[in-house]
Design a protein around this ligand. Structure first.
Ligand SMILES: [Zn+2]
Length: 340
């Protein structure tokens, strides 16, 4: 039983490869943050090392050790690992340096200690430095037997194409609000009303829903970001441009965070559109209803639609390596003035 919420295509592909005994030795799981990439990678590690007849059982010693992060053959190179932030480039930018990859290569050539497969999961694979990616490429080209590499990324375009081409790509997408809601009701015993509200706010990302239920610091931070985005609309031009400048600076260090903020802002403007269009039950940010209703009254339908497009264009331009400061300042200057 795979404890994965949604992701039918990704799951079907992996289950079929396992059944037919032709699992590739290198995978690249792509998809936005909190969509379930790490969970799927850990579950795949359980599936190949499970001791029961029905892998992944989730109950045998091997599955339990992997779930607890103490299985000797399953290595998770986490972006939360403090070692990632300091290496070769002076610590100014987060990266996965060549030293870490050489350590992994050494381990990859040892026989599995306890399980059948050695699995290396690399979160934030886009953070690999050029040297580290080249070094990893050698192992991906001539993989030792019984070794599985699972690279995870929300920014596939930042990975060298040579690395991408050596991996089986598995795309993960946000799942439906209904699926997340049902999971929260059945798996986390939430009332259907509460589950529905959270499922909408999570934009189909199950990991975010779990963070919301646990009131994880990252969820609290997200709530603060929404508040800031709501007031940004009403702020003066200086404050708006200062925010654009802050986002541009942040983009240099953690581009995904900036893009996530823009996606969140777009969902806020989409709420204004739904309210303006007379569909308030479908809004994402139901907890902020007072503010969204008030703001929706300040703009015309055309202004709201146009700004939603502008945010989408800005995200696209950032993906295409446009100058972030310029893109974000132009976006901010395009904020509709409304009835002010
Ligand atoms: Zn098991």
């Amino acid at each position: 039983m795979w404890p994965i919420i949604g992701q039918p295509r990704a799951l079907a592909w992996i289950e079929r490869s396992l059944k037919e005994g032709r699992l590739p030795h290198a995978h690249l799981f792509t998809g936005p943050p909190h969509v379930g990439k790490t969970t799927l990678a850990l579950t795949l590690s359980q599936a190949v090392n499970c001791e029961s007849d029905d892998p992944p059982c989730g109950k045998c010693p091997s599955c339990l050790h992997i779930a607890r992060g103490i299985h000797p053959d399953v290595v998770l190179l986490s972006t939360e690992d403090t070692g990632l932030s300091t290496e070769e480039n002076g610590g100014s930018k987060r990266s996965i340096g060549i030293k870490r990859i050489m350590e992994i290569q050494h381990l990859a050539h040892l026989k599995p200690y306890q399980g059948r497969w050695r699995v290396f999961i690399i979160q934030g694979a886009e953070l690999l430095t050029g040297d580290a990616a080249n070094c990893l490429l050698k192992t991906l080209e001539e993989p030792p037997p019984n070794v599985l590499f699972i690279l995870l990324t929300a920014q596939e375009d930042r990975l060298p194409s040579t690395v991408v081409s050596r991996c089986q790509r598995v795309e993960m997408r946000p799942t439906s609000t209904e699926t997340v809601r049902d999971f929260l009701v059945q798996g986390r015993s939430l009332s259907s009303e509460h589950a529905e509200t959270l499922a909408r706010q999570c934009l189909g990302r199950t990991g975010l829903a779990v963070m919301a239920v646990d009131n994880h610091p990252e969820w609290q931070q997200r709530q603060e970001t929404i508040s800031a985005l709501a007031s940004l609309i009403e702020a003066n031009r200086d404050k708006q441009l200062a925010t654009a400048s802050g986002w541009a600076e942040q983009f240099g260090k953690a581009p995904e965070t900036t893009k996530d903020t823009l996606t969140l802002w777009r969902s806020w403007w989409r709420d204004l559109l739904l309210i303006k269009g007379g569909c308030p039950p479908l809004v994402t940010h139901q907890d902020w209803e007072g503010q969204t209703i008030k703001q929706a009254q300040q703009y015309t339908l055309g202004e709201i639609v146009s700004f939603i497009h502008s945010i989408g264009n800005a995200i696209q331009q950032l993906d295409q390596n446009a100058n972030p400061r310029l893109v974000l300042e132009v976006l901010m200057l395009g904020l509709p003035q409304g009835m002010r």
